[in-house]
Design a protein around this ligand. Structure first.
Ligand SMILES: NC(=O)c1ccc[n+]([C@@H]2O[C@H](COP(=O)([O-])OP(=O)(O)OC[C@H]3O[C@@H](n4cnc5c(N)ncnc54)[C@H](O)[C@@H]3O)[C@@H](O)[C@H]2O)c1
Length: 362
């Protein structure tokens, strides 16, 4: 198989973790006879520095003619003082909109060898395997108007939460499709006791459920879901929810695994290729120090292999290599109990590559 991947390293630790992940992907390509080619593009703060624009048009064009996109992270204190519309995060939001990346998939799987890295009790998190499906191109992050106004002699800020029926339908359907091949349970999360958009969300979820008779549907209020994720995370299979709720719940769920440095994500497009990225940010506190955990980005590649290219076996082999490395005790600083024994980004990458060479596949 031949695939062209647009690589957007971005800011902070982004270049470090994407370069690690590509080394690993090259090995997968060699072992399985695939040819992966890469072309880099600018996004975020580095794009602002070089072009004045967090999402140059060339980057959008590069993504549109690629088979998949690998992104590192954007943002950092250097650009924090810029006005909202010029900030690095605008690059990522713009790309999601331009490519209609409407479905953000965030798997949360705990590794038994890492249960000690979580702040929760091992009996609560051992065996957690859930998928958060977050709507990514609608809701309050995109709704208009968004503005500051003067009212009654006081400054007000306005954000708008709006969803169309079709936007809800396509994301809920994605959640059901995933549940169908997983453990056949969808938890639709909303705030239907307060929000009109959530009441429409519930109605649509009920309609979509009729097409998936084998999958059970439960509705849960977002505040309750935040609590249940910590109390009994094993009760979930697929959680489907709107943009802002999904943003918050998925960061909360990330702590079940012990570190943000472990969690991958995929953003699937309605019209074009998907974008694969770690859920963590640019980690400016450790950028350039060789300390970043590359596993979230490496696992994002595994999602790319599975969801974009249909290469299930290759994805499984990569997951198994990551599993093996962790079982053997390899830890970057974010996971290590004793920082003096922590591996660098490059050392962790080399461990995964070494594990790939001994992982058997038929
Ligand atoms: N998708 C994205 O690009 C994205 C997501 C979140 C935040 N951000 C941006 O990143 C910048 C920093 O944000 P933040 O500090 O809130 O979140 P962050 O995820 O960058 O970092 C939070 C903490 O986790 C640690 N961490 C994160 N990833 C790690 C990794 N791979 N290995 C080891 N440790 C890791 C960091 O060192 C830090 O202590 C901000 O500018 C923010 O806007 C970008």
């Amino acid at each position: 198989m031949r695939k062209k991947i647009a690589v957007l390293p971005g800011d902070g630790i982004g270049p470090e973790v994407t370069s690690s992940a590509l080394k690993v992907l090259n090995i997968i390509g060699e072992r399985f006879g695939h040819e992966f080619t890469y072309e880099e593009g600018l996004i975020g703060g580095v794009a602002i520095d070089q072009t004045g624009n967090p999402l140059p048009e060339e980057t959008v064009e590069l993504c549109k003619k690629s088979d998949a996109i690998l992104l590192g992270a954007v943002g950092g204190p250097k650009w924090d003082q810029l006005p909202g519309h010029q900030r690095p995060e605008k690059g990522l939001l713009g790309l999601r909109k331009a490519l209609q990346l409407f479905a953000n998939l965030r798997p949360v799987t705990t590794f038994s060898s890492l249960t000690e890295a979580s702040t929760l009790k091992s009996e609560v998190i051992e065996g957690v395997d859930l998928m958060i499906v977050r709507e990514l191109t609608g809701g309050i992050y995109f709704g208009e108007p968004r503005e500051r106004i003067e009212k009654n002699g006081e400054e007000h800020a306005i954000d708008t939460l709006t969803y169309s029926k079709s936007e809800i339908e396509r994301i809920v359907r994605k959640g059901f499709e995933l549940a169908q091949v997983r453990n056949k349970k969808v938890t639709s999360v909303d705030k239907a006791n307060v929000l009109e958009s959530s009441r429409l969300w519930r109605e649509v979820a009920e309609e979509v459920a009729k097409d998936f008779p084998e999958v059970s549907l439960e509705h849960m209020l977002v505040d309750n879901c935040a609590m249940q994720l910590i109390r009994a995370p094993k009760a979930f299979d697929v959680i489907v929810t709107e943009n802002m709720f999904g943003d918050i719940l998925s960061d909360e769920a990330s702590m079940l695994t012990g570190s943000l440095g472990m969690l991958p994500s995929a953003s699937l497009s309605a019209t074009c290729c998907g974008l694969y990225e770690p859920i963590h940010g640019s980690a400016p506190d450790i950028a350039g120090k060789g300390l970043a955990n590359p596993l979230a980005t490496i696992s994002s590649l595994s999602m790319m292999l599975k969801y974009e290219f249909g290469l299930e076996q290759e994805a499984e082999v990569l997951n198994e290599a990551v599993n093996q490395v962790l079982s053997n005790g390899a830890r970057t600083a974010d996971l290590a109990k004793d920082a003096s024994h922590a591996l660098s980004t490059d050392e962790m990458t080399e461990r995964v590559i070494a594990a790939l060479s001994v992982t058997s596949y038929t």
